[in-house]
Structures are given as C-alpha cells and as structure tokens.
Write a protein that binds this ligand. Sequence first.
Ligand code: 5GP
Ligand code: MN
Length: 351
Amino acid sequence: MKDIDSGHILTLEAMLSAAGRIAIVTHMKPDGDALGSSTAMYHYLKAIGKDCRMILSDPNPSNLDFLIGEDSRKDLLIYEAYPLSAAAAIKDSDLIICLDFNAFHRTDTLEPFLSEARQPKILIDHHLSPDTEHFDLVFSETEVSSASELLYHILMHTGRIAHDASRLPSASAVSLMTGMITDTNNFANSVFPSTLRMASALLEAGTDRDMILQQLYNRFSESRLRLMGHMMKDLMKITDDGVAYIVLDKETQRNYHVKDGDTEGFVNMPLSIDRVVMSILLKEDNDRIRVSIRSKKGYSANACAKEHFNGGGHENASGGRLYIGKDVRDINEAPEYIERHTHTFMRRYNG
Ligand code: 5GP
Ligand code: MN
C-alpha cells in the first residue's frame, strides 16, 4: 500500500473533533469486513468520547453477532427493521463515515439519505473507482486486504494510537482482525506485506485470533455443510471456457434453511479445480439474482461483473445482480445467460 497521507490524518482528526454526532454507514448485506470496519470505527469513536451510531440497510449474518457487544447494540440501527430511526440517525448526524463501499448505491435503501445529506462525509474504502466527488475526505487504497486493514493503518497514524496497536480499544482490534480475516478468506487472498504487519501487531497486542476463528468458522448449522456438498456435487457446472457456475434457486435455499451469510466463501471453492479460471455463484432473491464472481490471476472478475452482471468490485472478487423480468425471465434462464455471456467474455482470453 502507499503511505497514509499525514495531511489526510490531520484533516480526519479535525473533522472528528468538530463533530458531535457521527453516523457510520456500510454496504448492504454486510459481510465481515463491512461490519468489522464499522464496529472498529465505532469503538474508536466511543473511546474518544463521541456520540455515534452504526446504520445498516439490512441485518448482519448471525455468525458476526459477536462483533456487536451489549454496549454497542443500542447504537446499531437496521433500516429494514426500523426505517424511521435509521434514517433519522443519518439525518441528525453532523458527520458521516462511509466504510467498505465505493458508491452510495451499494448501501441499497440508505442511498437516498446519503445523497440528500449535506453534512461532511468521509470515505474509507478499498474498492476500485470510488465516487470521490461525493466525499469531503477520501481514504481509498486498493493495495490492501480490506477496509478493516485500511482503517487499521489510518488509526495507527492518529495522535491517540501513535503506531502502538496496544492503544487501540480491544473491541476495535478484534473487529479489525475479523474484517481482515474474512476479506482475505483467512489469509488466502489479497494478503499484502502490510496485511501481515497488521496481523502481527494485533496478535502482539493480545487480540484473540482463536476466538475469532471459532466464532467465524466453527458455529454453522449442519444444513449449511450439507448444502455445500449438494452444491459442489450436483449443482456446479463447468463450461469449456473454464467457468464454473452454480445456480442456487429459492427452493433449494428453503430446503436447506439457508440464512444470510451461509453461502459465504462457497464461490471460491471451484477455483481449486485446475481448469477453472472463474467461478460464479447465482443466488435467487425476490426480484433479482445476486451474483458473486471470483477469478484466478490474469482473469478479471471485475470486468466480467461490470460488463455482464450489473456490478463490479475488485479485480479477482466481484459481485452484481441479474434482474428477473429484464436480464432473465426467471431463474431457469440463468444457466443459458451465464453460458452465453461468459463465452463472450472469455473470448478476450481464449483468442
Ligand atoms: P461478494 O461476492 O462477496 O458478495 O462480493 C464480492 C465483492 O464484489 C465485494 O467487494 C463487493 O463489494 C463487490 N460487489 C458485490 N456486489 C456488488 C454489486 O452489486 N455492485 C458492485 N459495484 N460491487 C459489488
Ligand atoms: Mn471489504
């Protein structure tokens, strides 16, 4: 990663000290990095005496509940459950901090409130092409594992923490470590020298990685693992271009009692096959199909998501959606759509 700009840190500190009430916002369907960076920021702001709320468009997966302690639960507002108080928390704040997304539409139902908001906004993000014009201060860095890692380096540069990880609130340290572990798929992808420096400093400061791993990976339901077996054995298809895809329709999700976050990480698995260069998971939702794309080095998941799946993200890990009634008539048309569009896309690599 490039060096953190010390002028940006001074601006950040001035903006924080000028603000009484701060709103923290992250992307829809919050994952470990979204919730980890949000709760880490929250605990840091509480430690410096700020009144602070976290606003989510929809609930976090239950395996991330451990990031929300008893003390912070009252300050977490979910728009889907309490739209009025969630919207009010954004409106009534005098500073908005946006974490782990590059454009307002990634917050789904929160987008109109962010677009209308006139108060200063800060962006801390690791995605490609952020909408910088909507923010007063931008920390954007793609050569890091996660937004949590970027926030770690930012906090380390503040006067209060002064490059000593043991001065971070311990709940912030757990949250930052969790966000980094989930976005790297437990140190498998997007690990940079700076990522290992962060991990090392947090471990030295006493962060309990075993507890985090236990919470993240050893507390799922039996049906989730059985679903994984079914997906890899019966549902995965591989095209001649080396594109693996899995379509998870609503009926299968019902049969296996799928909850938010249950399929996290499954899209990576087909990449373990030698001839597979790109993996796509489609999950049927109400009026849309959610798309997750992962690719091997040299193949752009980001370009594929942008050009064919109404999305984007990182070079090798992206997402998007297909609209039912527009891109496809129903979920049964999804395989044909994927085969046709990925064949068009893969021609740029296959000549
Ligand atoms: P996931 O497959 O884990 O849902 O998402 C992978 C990456 O793609 C994440 O970094 C996420 O921010 C990005 N992403 C997921 N869905 C969308 C989308 O609809 N639009 C854009 N621009 N990015 C997305
Ligand atoms: Mn992230």
